[in-house]
Design a binder for this molecule. Structure first.
Ligand SMILES: [Zn+2]
Length: 441
């Protein structure tokens, strides 16, 4: 049965896709038709179930290109220090995490993302590569799930996680075979926590399965120095020389790239997950986003973890992405709302190599969408709606979230999970299993 959403302000997510009197026809989880009401062919909507959205705003589901859902229970544990100081103060908490902690963390993260209008996310685990996919598909969200390998010689806390990550990913792929909401990747943590042979091995396994390869890259100036000392070149050049950067690579951060590296990055076709709030909180720096975008590099937005952010809210990332560029350059025209909204939607889809299905509300794409009530006192125009979406809006304006045509969340209630019960279970688990460990400190 087709559903016709009507009486809405539609933002399809393309540059020109703003329709003040829009309609959206959905069938079998996909957009069958989208555009101005007046242009809808009557025959197409015949017999469709009709819903009146009372003038609300409809946008494509927001895409989170970089997250660590398993760490959700640790929010607020470590709020100070640069990347390496912060990671050291976090180690006592993360090194004792069990799979059950990760499972609960992923459930909390997925609930928070859906509540905040995120319909797809790339999640980075250390152990339990498929746990995010499990939670996401149970709640109805889309997931690019996997784990980041690291070398025990460089990252001592915890057990070795490769080839365990490969085994866990393959088990999750088998578990979710035929589930259109779930995709997988293989990843490595970073150039500083992985030996070159591990980076090459993980990329080779990803290539053999035609899966994306995820890695943190050039996040902090300390990392740049570290890799220069170890390998005599910058982190980007080190990875490029190893042959692990190509169109299926998803590079988180890329704060410290020079012009030559940006040109080379564009040539490779790799995508970048830009995490402005996390980069600001850890004082990592300001990523050269306008230059990367000008060069044609796909750049999406990411939240990073609840420990380095601490919210999973792409509205905040949109706003901060613009503010960071303006304040760091003294140029208030360097970037704006249209760029930020593109990164949160269609560009994010390109980064996740998922733009065949998500990122816009064009015919043929998945019906992943967010319904917002912005209550602007003036008649909405494309400019006003974009301005509200990027500089003002937040989860408090969300009325409904849909993935593949299914409503996962509406008017504060989840369809497929009991939020209060899940949070109560998470608290009980935490109190019981960590009362005598570093968690209670
Ligand atoms: Zn990260």
């Amino acid at each position: 049965m087709a559903t016709l959403l009507q009486n809405l302000f539609l933002c399809t997510g393309t540059d020109t896709g703003f329709h003040p009197d829009g309609t959206l026809l959905i069938e079998d989880g996909r957009v069958l038709w989208s555009g101005p009401r007046a242009d809808l062919p009557a025959s197409l909507a015949e017999g469709a179930d009709r819903r009146d959205l009372d003038g609300r705003i409809v946008i494509p589901g927001l895409i989170n290109t970089h997250a660590h859902g398993g760490m959700s229970a640790q929010r607020g544990c470590c709020d100070e220090g640069n990347l390496f100081e912060w990671a050291a103060s976090l180690a006592p908490f993360t090194s004792v995490l069990t799979l059950e902690d990760n499972r609960i963390g992923c459930e909390l993260a997925v609930m928070e993302m859906v509540r905040n209008g995120i319909t797809a996310a790339c999640d980075c685990a250390r152990y339990g590569a498929g746990l995010f996919a499990d939670a996401a598909s149970r709640i109805g969200m889309r997931a690019l799930s996997g784990a980041l390998a690291n070398s025990p010689s460089l990252r001592k806390a915890g057990r070795p996680n490769w080839p365990l990550a490969l085994e866990e990913t393959e088990a999750s792929m088998a578990r979710h075979a035929g589930n259109g909401l779930v995709r997988h990747y293989l990843g490595a943590h970073s150039p500083y926590s992985c030996e070159p042979d591990l980076l090459v091995a993980v990329k080779a396994e990803a290539e053999a399965r035609n899966l994306p390869f995820v890695i943190h890259l050039a996040e902090s100036p300390i990392e740049v120095e570290m890799i220069r000392e170890r390998h005599g070149m910058t982190p980007f050049r080190h990875l490029d020389r190893l042959g692990v950067i190509d169109r299926l690579s998803i590079l988180a951060h890329c704060v410290w790239l020079d012009d030559e590296e940006i040109a080379r990055l564009a040539e490779t076709g790799a995508g970048v997950a830009h995490n402005p709030v996390s980069n600001a909180k850890l004082a990592s720096g300001v990523a050269p986003v306008p230059a990367m975008r000008r060069a044609g590099v796909p750049v999406g937005l990411g939240t990073d973890s609840t420990v380095s952010n601490n919210s999973l809210d792409i509205f905040q990332e949109m706003k901060v992405s613009v503010l960071m560029q303006r304040v760091s350059t003294g140029n208030a025209n360097i970037t704006g709302a249209a760029e930020a909204f593109a990164m949160a939607t269609r560009e994010g889809a390109r980064v996740l190599c998922w733009d065949d299905e998500i990122g816009t509300l064009e015919p043929g794409k998945a019906a992943d969408l967010v319904v917002l009530e912005l209550d602007h006192p003036m008649t909405p125009t494309p400019q006003l709606v974009l301005s509200d979406l990027v500089y003002r809006a937040g989860p408090q304006h969300i009325r409904e979230v849909m993935v593949a045509g299914r409503t996962l969340y509406a008017d504060g209630q989840f369809t497929f999970i009991d939020a209060a019960e899940t949070l109560a279970r998470a608290r009980a688990h935490h109190a019981h299993s960590h009362s005598s460990s570093g968690f209670s400190a």
